[in-house]
Design a protein around this ligand. Structure first.
Ligand SMILES: [Zn+2]
Ligand SMILES: [Zn+2]
Length: 309
């Protein structure tokens, strides 16, 4: 019998147990673009029926979706986002921001966002709520919070990925979905952010099986997210920009999964000395953006179709 390993309690870890999965990200992406029904999810994502029903159920069980009957004969359901799901919107916007800056360009959906309140085109960026400066990990200090402790590193079982699943295209998030949709990669990056940056440190911090860890580290190097120097892994600028996404995930995890005593980790923004709180700010008017404030238009690069939702 293998011994249970313990790792430090972490809201990012808890959040990734729900969203650190590529089919889930693909379904959420489709949801943000307006999809609500099973058949539409199928058409939009090209995922296998069994995968869709498994992941939608997982999102229902996690309290992110509510199933609502919209037809009785035949019995058909719609999936509506709950408050918990709406709270993931900053995560989605942070991923979108990263993808626009660093992601592959080919065949990507071109999406332009309009901020309804200022009527301007916008690409919301992650800022500190206190001083409105763009979040940079080098400006953040951290301390143990009241919820700090150890938890067993029990990773929820996943089905083995089929080949077609690995090749899935997430048109909006694309490259970032390869990282956030793979909880191992995201957890490795989390470790490096906290200066745990040798192979052994990362191994102890994440309790990831050594063969998976070695493979993911190599992949993150190939993707130019981290670079290895004298046995130490360091984030590149491209990797550093993943930080706000992890912060958004952490806040979501803190809100929905933290222990009653409070969050495990407290972050302070150096420039304003306030507790770091992640906000997505409109690049035109500077105001914080929530889901209801955004309208979008998209077109697909290859065939020049254009649609407004
Ligand atoms: Zn600040
Ligand atoms: Zn605006």
């Amino acid at each position: 019998m293998t011994q249970t390993k313990y790792i430090r309690t972490c809201s990012i870890w808890r959040a990734l147990e729900v969203v650190g999965d590529k089919p889930i990200l693909l379904l959420l992406e489709s949801y943000w673009l307006g999809t609500r029904r099973f058949s539409d999810f199928q058409r939009q994502t090209s995922l296998l029926k069994s995968v869709i029903s498994n992941r939608l159920q997982k999102l229902v069980d996690a309290g992110c979706f509510q199933k609502t009957l919209y037809s009785t004969k035949p019995e058909r359901y719609e999936y509506r986002g709950t408050e918990k799901l709406l709270d993931l919107y900053p995560v989605a916007l942070s991923m979108f921001y990263w993808e626009q800056k660093w992601g592959r360009v080919n065949g990507k959906i071109l999406l332009s966002l309009i901020h309804k309140t200022c009527r301007q085109q916008t690409l919301p960026k992650p800022v500190c709520n206190g001083c409105r400066v763009e979040i940079d990990p080098r400006d953040v200090t951290w301390a143990e919070g009241p919820g700090v402790g150890l938890m067993p590193a029990v990773y929820g079982r996943r089905r083995r990925k089929t080949r077609s699943e690995k090749d899935l295209i997430t048109p909006l998030f694309d490259e970032i979905a390869d990282i956030i949709g793979d909880r191992w990669s995201a957890l490795i990056i989390r470790s490096v952010f906290t200066n745990l940056n040798t192979y052994q440190d990362i191994c102890d911090d994440t309790a990831i099986a050594t063969n998976i860890l070695a493979e993911r580290l190599e992949r993150l190097c190939t993707m130019a997210i981290v670079e290895k120097n004298n046995g130490v892994y360091k984030l590149t600028p491209k990797g550093r920009d993943i930080y706000p996404i992890l912060i958004a995930l952490m806040e979501w995890g803190d809100k929905w999964y933290a222990a009653p005593e409070g969050p495990p980790l407290l972050l302070t923004h150096k420039s304003c000395q306030e507790p770091l709180k992640h906000q997505m700010a409109c690049t035109s008017c500077g105001e914080s953006v929530v889901a209801q404030d955004i309208e979008f238009e998209f077109s697909i690069q290859q065939d020049h179709t254009h649609a407004v939702m």
